[in-house]
Design a protein around this ligand. Structure first.
Ligand SMILES: O=C(O)[C@@H](CO)OP(=O)(O)O
Length: 229
């Protein structure tokens, strides 16, 4: 039996200002820092001892991991950062205010962009300002792997190879794993782990800074799920 903990980063500056974020490297807000520390206290109270941490290459998730691990006295554990755990790329919506976008395009269209499984947002071109193709942290990737925008389906397709290569083998070895990531990369992993349908995943939300603890058997079937708050 292994434990797997998902934690969505604490509130970010753009969660607070209600802007589409995606791959934009926005920092935590002061409240987000407190949420991350509180998550660490909850993990300490739960007595969970981790063997391995995974996070994205985005500051808000990395810092959340570090604040939480520091608070539970486990900042020393091995960690790996990967672009595959990044937030879903929001394409040309990145930076726009969500309420203003809903006024312009309608609530329904914005809900579809935000939560439909397979509708892509308007895409960014590799030459557009703000494209990840111009960001050094993605320079090692095949340019074709750098998205101009992703839906949840595409996000899931780039998260799962990392799950299969790294996370699942750790869990099968009985290691306890913490993943600090993002609303939509964690929704993708939750869909996969819990076998949630394309329709039902539209209704799943992840709270900022709230650890979700799974007990998994050796076949990685979920035996128990608990949110710490
Ligand atoms: O803007 C984003 O990147 C995400 C997460 O904050 O937003 P949403 O919940 O709308 O998918």
């Amino acid at each position: 039996m292994a434990k797997l903990v998902f934690i969505r980063h604490g509130q970010s500056a753009w969660n607070l200002s209600n802007q589409f974020t995606g791959w934009v490297d926005v920092d935590l807000s002061p409240e987000g820092v407190e949420q991350a520390k509180n998550a660490g206290r909850l993990l300490k109270e739960a007595g969970i001892e981790f063997d391995q941490a995974y996070t994205s290459v985005l500051t808000r998730a990395i810092k959340t991991l570090h604040y939480a691990l520091e608070e539970c006295g486990q900042l020393w554990i091995p960690e790996e950062k990967t672009w595959r755990l990044n937030e879903r790329h929001y394409g040309a919506l990145q930076g726009l205010n969500k309420a203003e976008t809903a006024e312009k395009y309608g609530e329904e269209q914005v809900h579809i962009w935000r939560r439909s499984y397979d509708t892509l947002p308007p895409l960014l071109d590799a030459n557009d300002e703000g494209s990840a193709a111009q960001d050094r942290r993605y320079a090692h990737l095949d340019p074709r792997a750098i998205p101009g925008g992703e839906n949840l389906k595409v996000t899931l397709e780039r998260v799962i190879p990392f799950w299969e290569d790294k996370i699942a083998p750790d869990l099968i070895d009985g290691k306890n794993v913490i993943i600090a990531a993002h609303g939509n990369s964690l929704r993708a992993l939750t869909k996969y782990l819990e076998n949630i349908s394309d329709d039902d995943i539209m209704n799943l939300e992840m709270a900022t800074g709230e650890p979700v603890v799974y007990d998994l058997d050796e076949k990685l079937q979920v035996q128990n799920k608990q949110k710490l708050n």
